[in-house]
Design a protein around this ligand. Structure first.
Ligand code: ZN
Length: 241
């Protein structure tokens, strides 16, 4: 049940204790993929995971609205990228989670599409679970699926968007994206990443080769992310506080 398409009476009558909150980012994903990749992906995975869990268990979770701006200052050199501070993000997402709990949705999974958000989500979910009236856990889809060459706006993310919204991938800019891409994230010396911003190591904003990401791979990744999320929902639903 999508909260933004439901009425307050629907929310009142919902029998589930489970809620999902998709969290994305508005940030550069190379010249070929849209700024909203992380939000579009988090939302699609949250919905697919909730559907799969509902089909298996008969319990239909609530899916909250997608939070569109996250911790993405590392991409600030690229136009259109938006960000908030870690403190603002933690407070905003935690208070949103707590308001879900106030309505009785007190098992919450934050479904994350952006690496820069991961640590803050873990921290705020711990705070809610330790001190609040709910149990919350963060799920970052690319940590759950089995795929090595993740990168940034590389094969995996390009493939997922190609599957979900093929019209949003600019095929005529794939060579520019791939030729200006870095092989890995950061500028590492002695176990230390010297780079704070992504333009220090990638010209096009991309890490990995987006030309390797076709729609079939995207479908496979999305399917596996939804299956893992459904597994997590089952464990969170069973878990005591
Ligand atoms: Zn991304």
């Amino acid at each position: 049940m999508r909260l933004d398409e439901s009425t307050w009476t629907d929310a009142r009558d919902a029998e589930t204790e489970l809620a999902l909150l998709p969290v994305g980012s508005t940030e550069q994903h190379g010249p070929h993929a849209p700024l909203g990749v992380d939000s579009l992906t988090a939302e699609a995975i949250a919905e697919a995971g909730a559907d799969r869990y509902a089909a298996d268990s008969g319990d239909e979770p609530v899916v909250g609205p997608t939070i569109p701006v996250g911790i993405a200052e590392e991409h600030r050199a690229f136009d259109g990228t938006l960000w908030v501070s870690e403190d603002t993000f933690r407070s905003y997402v935690r208070e949103t989670v707590e308001s879900l709990a106030a309505h009785g949705f007190d098992r919450i999974v934050v479904v994350n599409g952006h690496g820069g958000n991961t640590e803050a989500i873990r921290e705020l979910c711990a705070r809610v679970s330790r001190d609040g009236d709910a149990y919350a856990a963060g799920y970052t889809w690319f940590d759950a699926v089995d795929f090595d060459a993740f990168g940034h706006a590389g094969p995996a993310e390009t493939a997922v968007i190609r599957h979900l919204h093929p019209e949003l991938i600019r095929d005529d800019r794939l060579d520019e994206a791939g030729d200006g891409a870095a092989d890995g994230w950061g500028e590492w010396v002695a176990g230390t990443n010297l780079a704070y911003d992504s333009d220090e190591f990638t010209d096009s904003g991309v890490v990995g080769d987006p030309r390797d990401g076709d729609a079939a791979l995207g479908e496979e990744l999305l399917d596996s992310a939804a299956a893992e999320l459904s597994k997590l929902l089952e464990a969170v639903a069973r878990r005591g506080r």
